[in-house]
Write a protein that binds this ligand. Structure first.
Ligand code: G1P
Length: 294
């Protein structure tokens, strides 16, 4: 039973970003922008809005731009101040409601290993993990929904959403036992089941609240799917000694971890932006006509 509330979050950002090569050859994939913000900023903002106080970003080689992005940019701020660009100044200020820390994953050994790298920072308290491949828009931030669940159950809780049958092999999938509201009891967590073998359509969507016992399993976890140390495999082991719930969170999820989803998200976020909505709609009507003809 845990009395401590969730205050710390891990954001793994050490992946090689191969799906976006060559764009990610010299730039971290987490810095690719949706409209005018890097994807990782959406994730950091969700953590802040959920009440997280400390974030540790697990980085790797070639990821220094992330640290610069969340740093104080003195010269830039002075220049914007001088030219009275106060709206832009607000946008470039580093987040003040949270402390961001960094640690390097020295070898690309997988998500489970990346989370394990932050164990000393987390210590003996429940914590959150947010992955950058999914952005969620919701009335109550996705992570906050999971934190509210944790307040009630004091157990680990993993965010899930339904996906199409032909997509289950891209995700961690749960085998649910029963459902109460949006909460599932889980028989098993399976990482990327082969097509046609998934126990359900409920996919893990990159938002986790975990108890610190997960580190006992990550410590010993052997490589799984894709030859990597998988977080899902350690969660399944944790599930065998403690209850680990899944929670079907409310809100729309945008897949920015692959090219098509990234472009779709860019278009939709562009349409949500007052300044460009009209022009963008006009442009889309034009090109739809043009491409429908050819
Ligand atoms: C990771 C997790 C997987 C989860 C997915 C969500 O996979 O291992 O369980 O469903 O994130 O985006 P990755 O996409 O890093 O291969």
């Amino acid at each position: 039973m845990y009395v401590k509330t969730v205050r710390k979050a891990i954001i793994p950002a050490a992946g090689l970003g191969t799906r976006f090569l060559p764009a990610t050859k010299a730039m971290p994939k987490e810095m690719l922008p949706i409209v005018d913000k890097p994807t990782i900023q959406y994730i950091v903002e969700e953590a802040i809005e959920s009440g997280i106080e400390d974030i540790i970003i697990v980085t790797g080689k070639g990821k220094r731009a992330i640290e610069d992005h969340f740093d104080h940019a003195f010269e830039l701020e002075q220049a914007l101040l001088k030219s009275n660009k106060h709206d832009l100044l607000e946008k470039v200020k580093e987040p003040s409601k949270v402390d961001i820390h960094y640690i390097r994953q020295k070898e690309p050994k997988g998500l489970g290993h990346a989370v394990w790298c932050a164990r000393k920072f987390i210590g003996d308290e429940p914590f959150a993990v947010l992955l950058g491949d999914d952005i969620v828009q919701a009335e109550t931030p996705c992570l906050k929904q999971l934190m509210n669940e944790f307040e009630q159950t004091r157990s680990s809780v993993i965010g899930v959403k339904q996906v199409a049958d032909d997509e289950t092999h891209r995700y961690g999938i749960i085998d649910p036992i029963d459902k109460k509201g949006r909460r599932y009891q889980v028989r098993q967590f399976v990482e990327k089941p082969a097509p046609g073998t998934a126990p359900s359509n409920l996919a893990i969507m990159g938002r986790y609240i975990l108890t610190p016992e997960i580190f006992l399993f990550l410590e010993k976890q052997e490589a799984g799917t894709g030859g990597e140390i998988q977080l899902t495999d350690a969660i399944q082991k944790l599930n065998e000694i403690q209850r680990v719930f899944a929670y079907e969170f409310e809100g729309k999820r945008y897949d920015v971890g692959e090219k098509l989803g990234f472009i779709q998200t860019t278009i939709e976020f562009g349409l949500q932006n007052e300044e460009m909505r009209e022009e963008l709609l006009k442009f889309m009507e034009e090109i739809i006509r043009q491409y429908a003809k050819s």
